[in-house]
Design a protein around this ligand. Structure first.
Ligand SMILES: Nc1ncnc2c1ncn2[C@@H]1O[C@H](COP(=O)(O)OP(=O)(O)OP(=O)(O)O)[C@@H](O)[C@H]1O
Ligand SMILES: [Mg+2]
Length: 239
């Protein structure tokens, strides 16, 4: 049999599976992520331990002499392998918060090389090692048959005209790696008594009728802008 697929148009996936939620502290990021079906939280800040979803603390463990014992890269690898190969009932994996996971990966690369910063590893090798670890993590997560939710805090940029814009606090080059593999980017805000959500980026128009996961539908419905109203098809000759 040929390795090539049949040359015919295929239907693009109608259900978003990879999400990026960003917002200020206490704006409802973890709250929204917890509503995804059967969630496993990979947490870094301890805040998600307040939630009810099962969670694993991601960290680098060190030996008594300060050298690296087990790296978060290995820990994440083992979790992803288990999610992909062991029988389990998880449907969503949440990284709360991805900013810190990037920091931990950076720390793991530095500890392993016995240096203080990525730049101390010569010829850009430190950055290359970091990038391949992050890229690998994002690709491995995407390959799992699960929803993936990345959570990031809020930062801001001020332009030449002194206009301040809120942006995800994840460094731009890391954001591009993560976001290049996301379908929906959601900004959460806590204004007065209200918890607001709005879509800041979306891969394509998602329609209610195309969402193949009934558990995701109510979540998408609770995010203004996530679903596009159905387009009514007018039959030819039906004027
Ligand atoms: N839509 C909502 N309706 C009612 N309560 C909410 C809503 N969203 C968040 N909350 C409440 O607001 C509080 C903070 O929410 P949450 O922990 O999700 O914030 P967070 O953005 O994850 O904050 P942090 O960055 O500190 O982790 C929680 O007590 C949560 O129950
Ligand atoms: Mg949180």
């Amino acid at each position: 049999m040929s390795v090539l697929p049949k040359n015919e148009p295929h239907k693009p996936a109608g259900t978003p599976r990879n999400f990026f939620i960003w917002g200020a502290t206490m704006s409802g990021k973890s709250f929204l992520a917890e509503h995804f079906p059967n969630t496993l939280v990979l947490n870094t800040d301890g805040n998600s331990a307040m939630g009810t979803a099962p969670s694993i603390q991601i960290r680098n463990t060190r030996k008594a002499d300060g050298s690296l014992d087990q790296s978060c890269i290995k820990q994440l690898d083992e979790i992803i392998l288990a999610l992909g190969t062991e029988a389990n009932t998880y449907e969503t994996v949440t990284l709360d918060v991805i900013d810190d996971i990037c920091g931990l990966i950076e720390q793991a690369v530095c500890l392993k090389a016995g240096v203080e910063a990525l730049a101390d590893i010569g010829y850009g090798k430190g950055y290359a090692m970091f990038n391949s670890a992050l890229q690998g993590l994002v690709m491995d997560l995407k390959a799992l048959p699960l929803n993936v939710v990345y959570i990031s805090r809020e930062g801001e940029v001020t332009d030449d005209n002194n206009v301040t814009t809120k942006i995800p606090s994840l460094k731009t080059k890391y954001y591009n790696v993560v976001n290049g593999n996301c379908d929906l980017v959601i900004h959460t805000q806590h204004v007065g008594k209200n918890y607001l959500r709005n879509v800041t980026e979306i891969r394509r128009h998602y329609h209610e009728s195309q969402i193949d996961d009934p558990q995701l539908l109510p979540i998408l419905k609770a995010i203004p802008g996530a679903l596009t109203p159905e387009t009514k098809t007018v039959k030819a000759g039906n004027k």
